[in-house]
Design a protein around this ligand. Structure first.
Ligand SMILES: C[S@@+](CC[C@H](N)C(=O)[O-])C[C@H]1O[C@@H](n2cnc3c(N)ncnc32)[C@H](O)[C@@H]1O
Length: 283
């Protein structure tokens, strides 16, 4: 599947660059128009139904049904060797839970095969007084076929090895590229505020850190395989995909966020081409 084919189905995008299409659309409506098995990897974080500025809070059963519907569409669009990486947090359940992992509520609604749950420890956050201070969200790694999926471990090894020269039978034991990064990932979240705002921060209130998405896209896809983010937000998935030479499609329901995405990608592409120009001066 080529991006040109996507345009045939969805029409003119809100924003287009080489290898990138952004649609100002409801993702459920947009995905319904796309053909089966046209996406290799979906990386996304949906609204959590917790009253953020970009969501309309629904009764819980309606929220769960809506999640089941869009996830079913992602499943249909995914190639037989493709994957789905889903970032989820918590919501409160009246009389039942202060903060239940949303993945518990979606467990039997997701048709994919679960490879693993990754704990993302994001560093700073609110301080608890009658409970432990929350410091994690989850990334759920799903595939279509547990016997045939992409895992490029060497591309994401962690070079921070404690005993790099450790030997076994006279041979260095540790992979020279580093160790497996494990299922607990420590990446600071994107913060706001006059003094502590992250460099990559945009006006979007719930932005993925670039480093997390880099690890996922490198691990779970190859160059030229199409990446999808149905809840594109500020465009993080798009700029990481472009940096890693993967074509990318995004849906975002709010036009003001589409504008953030368009500006962010434009700036990223300008930086990229000036980096290439500077490199060429040294060749
Ligand atoms: C948690 S944010 C995603 C943030 C994103 N991961 C980033 O790095 O910026 C969820 C986004 O989904 C968008 N959204 C909500 N419902 C949508 C829908 N039905 N279709 C497309 N986008 C939707 C919201 O406007 C919001 O920007």
């Amino acid at each position: 599947m080529e991006l040109a084919n996507i345009i045939k189905h969805l029409g003119k995008p809100y924003f287009q660059a080489s290898n990138c299409l952004i649609y100002n659309m409801d993702c459920l409506e947009a995905m319904a128009i796309l053909p089966d098995k046209s996406i290799h990897l979906t990386v996304t974080s949906p609204p959590y139904n917790i009253g953020k500025e970009y969501e309309k809070q629904l009764p819980l059963d309606e929220y769960i049904e809506w999640c089941a519907k869009w996830i079913q569409e992602v499943y249909r669009l995914t190639t037989p060797t493709g994957a789905f990486w889903l970032n989820l947090g918590y919501l409160s359940l009246k009389d039942r839970a202060k903060a239940i992992p949303i993945s518990y509520l979606l467990w039997n609604k997701i048709p994919f095969y679960l490879i693993q749950e990754i704990v993302w420890n994001y560093g700073a956050g609110v301080a608890g007084s009658k409970f432990f201070s929350p410091r994690n969200e989850k990334f759920l790694w799903y595939v279509k076929n547990p016997d045939d999926y992409t895992f490029n471990l060497d591309d994401i090894r962690d070079p921070n090895v404690k005993y790099p020269n450790q030997k076994k039978n006279g041979k260095i034991k540790v992979n020279p590229l580093g160790k497996n990064p494990t299922d607990v990932w420590e990446f600071p979240k994107v913060t706001s505020g006059q003094y502590r705002a992250s460099k990559e921060r945009t006006p979007h209130p719930a932005q993925f850190p670039i480093a997390v998405i880099q690890r996922i896209i490198k691990a779970a896809s190859h160059q030229n395989q199409i990446i999808l983010d149905p809840f594109m937000g500020s465009g993080t998935t798009a700029i990481v995909a472009l940096e890693l030479n993967r074509p990318v499609i995004g849906f975002e329901i709010r036009q003001d966020y589409c504008e953030i995405i368009a500006n962010r990608i434009d700036n990223f592409l300008k930086d990229k081409s000036s980096r290439v120009e500077q490199m060429s001066l040294f060749i």
